[in-house]
Structure formats: structure tokens, C-alpha cells
Design a protein around this ligand. Structure first.
Ligand SMILES: NC(=[NH2+])NCCC[C@H](N)C(=O)O
Ligand SMILES: [Mn+2]
Ligand SMILES: [Mn+2]
Length: 302
């Protein structure tokens, strides 16, 4: 790719920990734009998207596990995000969506999907984000975007921006899984979604996992979206995130995974999500996220 559009997805509405909406700026302060430009790529920073409905600190993320928390804000935000992502692809740019909580993938996939007949998705995360309001333990919409994009869940979210499902389960690969809820496990086995848990990664090694993932997707898809949640990494590497889970990927495994994706030339869009500077230690999570993006865009590991 020679031009990257950076789209700041400043949403905190998919989960309860305030501060993840500051993630896009934490990444910019960690030198994201310069690091990509150094790789001879033109970078166009489109600024941040916010919901028109403002954060009310006292009322943020109220309700029980059966409700879709901050529903109106998530709808409103993702409509705007989908439009921006769609425009970037129309203009021939590679969209890099920086979050923000993972509910933003509802909008990014909605904006991307009209450009591909058979979109592939690599979901690099500790979580499957395959819940719906019946299976969710929390009511947090950041645990649901992949299910919604497959057509499962609230009708208005499923049909956001463009009617119908945006991805097929057979075109998804899950990498880094170690905290799946019961309903998610059922959905994965019923739909035969290719899944690499941390145990699988430890057994096979990350490079075989990435090779198998690309092999699974590359012939049957005409574009592949990478959705990378920084909680895929171990919390010792990326502590600044809202739902950390022990036993995750190392930075070096992730950098080599990104180099493999870069070298494949198959990835057509990317989300980089769940950096929360208020939970971080001296912006170290954003700095690692910037290293991850640099490797993805072609920086060689010395
Ligand atoms: N994008 C994330 N960090 N998702 C975490 C989801 C956690 C849990 N499975 C839930 O649905 O509430
Ligand atoms: Mn996660
Ligand atoms: Mn996630």
C-alpha cells in the first residue's frame, strides 16, 4: 500500500472503563504517524470521530448484563465510522482505524464490507467478541462486534450502514484466544470457525499459526481485515487495556506475526484497538501498539 488513512475511533461506549476514547491520541503521541511515514508510506490523519451523544461520566455504562449498554451512542458512533472507512477505501487508501474500544469494529467492518464479495477477517485478541445480549456476561458491546458483523444480535446493529451480515463465519480466523464465554464457544463450534487458542500457539509456534491462517483465507477471500486488540498480548507487555487476560502473546511473537502479514500482501484494512492510556504505565501500551503497526507496515526487525 502507498497511502494510509488514519481514522481515530474515539469511542468508550462499548465497555465501562473510561479513557479508552483517549487511545487514538495516545498512539499519535507515541509517534504512530512518523513511524509509518519512515517506511515511505504517505499518511493522511483524518482526525477523530466521536459520538454526538457526549460521555456522561455518572451515567456511562449503566444497566445489567441483559441490556446493550450505551446502545444509542454505539449506533451513532458506528454509523459515522462506517462512512469514513467506506470513503477512505473509495479514495484508494488503506484504512487504519485506531481505537477506542472494540465495538468500533461494527463500523469498520460495515464500511469495508461493501468493497468485497468475500471479506476475510483475522481477529487477533484474547477474546472472541462473539457474544450477543443473551450470551454476554456483561452487556458490554465490545464483546459483541464479531457476532454482530456475522448477522447475530440486535437487528439495528446487524443492519448498520448496510443491510445484512458483513462477514461469513467461514472467512474468520481467531488468534490468541484464552477467555471465551460459553455461548461464544458454542457459536465457534457450530460454525466451525478456525480458532487458535494460546495453547495452540504455544504448541505450533506463531509462524505456523499465521501461515495456516493465511492459507485458510487467501484463496476464498478478496480482501482480509485485521482486527488487532492489544489485549491479545500478555498484560506484562500491554497493561493499558480494559480487559487484560494473563497468559498472552509476547511482543516479539506479535511483531513476527505482523511481518508475516506484511509479507503476504493480503491485508486490506486494519483496526488497532483497546489502548487505554488511563490504565497504562507511561504510555508503554501505545508505544508497543506503534511498534506493532510499524512491523505490519513493513519495518524490519533487526
Ligand atoms: N474487546 C474486548 N476487550 N472484549 C472483551 C469482552 C469480555 C467478555 N467476553 C464480554 O463479553 O464482556
Ligand atoms: Mn480483547
Ligand atoms: Mn476485542
Amino acid at each position: 500500500m502507498n497511502r494510509v488513512d488514519i481514522i481515530g475511533a474515539a469511542t468508550t461506549f462499548g465497555q465501562p472503563r473510561l479513557g479508552v476514547d483517549l487511545g487514538p491520541d495516545a498512539l499519535r503521541y507515541a509517534n504512530l504517524i512518523n513511524e509509518i511515514e519512515k517506511l515511505n508510506i504517505e499518511v493522511n490523519d483524518k482526525g477523530n470521530i466521536y459520538s454526538d451523544i457526549k460521555v456522561n461520566v455518572a451515567e456511562h455504562s449503566q444497566g445489567d448484563a441483559n441490556t446493550l449498554k450505551n446502545y444509542d451512542q454505539v449506533m451513532d458512533f458506528n454509523e459515522k465510522l462506517a462512512k469514513s472507512v467506506d470513503e477512505s477505501i473509495q479514495q484508494g487508501s488503506f484504512p487504519l482505524i485506531i481505537g477506542g474500544d472494540h465495538s468500533l469494529a461494527i463500523g469498520s467492518l460495515a464500511g469495508i464490507s461493501s468493497h468485497y464479495e468475500n471479506l476475510g477477517v483475522i481477529w487477533y485478541d484474547a477474546h472472541g467478541d462473539l457474544n450477543n445480549s443473551d450470551t454476554s456476561p456483561s452487556g458490554n458491546i465490545h464483546g459483541m462486534p464479531l457476532a454482530i458483523s456475522c448477522g447475530v444480535g440486535d437487528e439495528k446493529l446487524v443492519n448498520l450502514y448496510k443491510d445484512g451480515p458483513k462477514v461469513k463465519p467461514e472467512n474468520i480466523v481467531l488468534i490468541g484466544m484464552r477467555d471465551l464465554d460459553e455461548g461464544e464457544k458454542e457459536y465457534i463450534s457450530e460454525n466451525d470457525i478456525l480458532t487458535f487458542t494460546m495453547t495452540d500457539i504455544k504448541e505450533k509456534g506463531i509462524s505456523a499459526v499465521m501461515r495456516e491462517s493465511l492459507e485458510h483465507l487467501q484463496d476464498k477471500t478478496d480482501g482480509i481485515h485485521l482486527s488487532l486488540d492489544v489485549d491479545a498480548l500478555d498484560p506484562m507487555e500491554t497493561p493499558g487495556t480494559g480487559t487484560p487476560v494473563d497468559g498472552g502473546l509476547s511482543l516479539s511473537e506479535t511483531l513476527s506475526a505482523m511481518t508475516q502479514l506484511h509479507d503476504s500482501n493480503k491485508i486490506t484494512s486494519m483496526d488497532l484497538v483497546e489502548v487505554n492510556p488511563l490504565l497504562d504505565d507511561k504510555n508503554k501500551t501505545a508505544q508497543k501498539a506503534v511498534s506493532i503497526a510499524s512491523a505490519f507496515f513493513g519495518k524490519k526487525q533487526k
